[in-house]
Design a protein around this ligand. Structure first.
Ligand SMILES: [Zn+2]
Length: 480
């Protein structure tokens, strides 16, 4: 199955822009060839095909509007690329550097103006100044000759609108890139630090990485050939509820941003964000009357009261000030690697802190009711099972061992703190069972078929899922 979200869209745009095929004809080929356009590569999932067709139409609408505003723009096929060559290898062992920029390229017929279009999967994503500047730099100095002006344009695949975010002269780009982009590029090529995390999924160094905690995490799961997977509890839950939803939402990162999330989810997230704000850089214990964060204030009154009650309960369980160090957001995704399965498992604790030299992984769960007690804690909260596996492999990197897991439960009318010991062999055995049962079907899956059901009503990728739409239409009809 194709795992490069923008692949079919880019191929479709290449056909439209460089072979003058009519849009309807391109859409027809996209659907008929399942996004391969006859090339020898894996076909796309039905959901990605539908998404790509929507995105293609949006892009072409945006492009036609842009052409009306700037009539003499034409597409550029060859990538712009700035190359630095040295006669001999330098202190890094390198003799050639290339700067490129991923996107779509246009220039005026006289090449006095160039445009670099940057694509994102939903709404146009605002980029850091250094990113747009680096893109403009490649557009200005990465082709034959130098234009007078360069624009960087943002396109988001779910809407047919584009706006230039930056317009600079070549001279301005030269000055600003020298000052801001060049030092960053040097820092990047000099950087040798290792930060295990989400990128481990695609890193060729992973099997021998000294910073990545590795162990035979899931000895009961048979090996299955296939690409390396990075799996979190959210991934596993999505796959269990609907394999298509897992593939589209988690692997391809598609999302219908127009959907409203459920109230308990919004309350939980608002509480979480307030606690994170307080615990970042704050060395004092939370108190019941502390001011809530912006996300709590923005909730409707009923939900806000619930969130405030939960936050007041937290004061009794706050670990501060007895905390030596807190992991910041960027490095909070903790991973461990199962070499035999070629699987990276990872989780984001709500709070990861050090106390007396040992790591503590805290999950905070907000709910109106107590946890069910008719099944084991690790089955009820699989995040804890995953945390047991990860910590038992001695992650985070360089962990001295002796880590522990805490489950903080916050309800409007009460709270509790439970501890789980990841060195307890019985816990590890149970965690392997709980997570293994969820991992095995993901590794075996090659089709990611939808399993329509009640979950479709709130599904973030239903818009591109024909069986999901059919299911809801049929059930609405039978309900009325
Ligand atoms: Zn606190």
């Amino acid at each position: 199955m194709n795992e490069f979200t923008l692949g079919p869209l880019m191929d479709a745009l290449n056909l439209a822009e460089f072979t003058n095929r009519a849009d309807a004809d391109v859409v027809d080929s996209l659907a008929r060839t399942r996004g391969t356009f006859g090339a020898d590569r894996p076909p796309a999932h039905d959901g990605l095909i539908r998404w790509s067709i929507d995105a293609f139409r949006n892009y072409r609408t945006a492009w036609r509007a842009r052409q009306a505003a700037v009539p003499n723009l034409v597409p550029v096929r060859a990538p712009w690329k700035i190359t630095h060559r040295n006669d001999a290898v330098d202190q890094r062992g390198v003799s050639r550097y290339e700067q490129t920029c991923w996107g779509r390229r246009y220039q005026s017929v006289d090449d006095s103006v160039r445009e670099m279009w940057l694509l994102s999967l939903a709404a146009p994503v605002e980029r850091l100044e250094i990113v747009t500047l680096a893109a403009a730099n490649v557009a200005a100095f990465g082709g034959e000759g130098v234009p007078e002006k360069v624009r960087v344009v943002l396109f988001g695949a779910t809407s047919p609108i584009v706006e230039p975010v930056v317009e600079l002269t070549a001279a301005q780009i030269r000055d600003q890139a020298q000052e801001k982009v060049a030092p960053k590029l040097v820092e990047i090529v000099d950087g040798t630090a290792r930060h295990p995390g989400r990128d481990c999924g695609s890193c060729p160094d992973v099997p021998a990485c000294p910073a990545l905690a590795a162990a035979d995490l899931l000895p009961g799961v048979p090996t299955v050939p296939g690409p390396r997977r990075t799996l979190s509890v959210t991934d596993l839950r999505y796959h269990r509820s609907c394999p298509a939803k897992y593939h589209l939402r988690r692997q391809l990162k598609l999302r219908d941003t127009g959907l409203v999330e459920s109230r308990p989810v919004l309350v939980g997230r608002a509480v979480d964000s307030t606690l994170r704000e307080r615990h970042t850089g704050g060395a004092r214990r939370c108190r019941p009357g502390d001011a809530p964060g912006g996300e709590v204030v923005a909730l409707p009154e009923d939900d806000r009261r619930t969130a405030l009650e939960m936050l007041a309960r937290h004061a009794a369980l706050c670990p501060f000030p007895d905390v030596d160090e807190v992991r910041n957001d960027r490095h909070r995704f903790v991973v461990a690697y199962d070499k035999r399965l070629d699987v990276v498992v990872g989780g984001t604790p709500d709070l990861l802190y050090q106390q007396a030299g040992r790591w503590v992984w805290r999950e905070t769960k907000t709910s109106r009711r107590r946890l069910r007690r008719d099944r084991s804690l690790l089955r009820e909260v699989p995040q804890l099972a995953l945390a047991v596996l990860i910590l038992s492999a001695r992650a985070p990197e360089g962990s001295p061992g002796g880590s522990r897991i805490e489950l903080e439960q916050l309800r409007p009318d009460g709270c509790a703190l439970e501890e789980v010991d990841p060195t307890d062999p019985a816990r590890v055995a149970e965690a392997r069972e709980v997570i293994g049962e969820l991992v095995e079907p993901v590794l075996r899956d090659t089709t990611f078929a939808p399993s329509p059901g009640d979950g479709c009503a709130e599904c973030e990728v239903r818009r591109w899922c024909a069986p999901g739409i059919e299911y809801l239409t049929a059930n609405r009809r039978s309900a009325s």
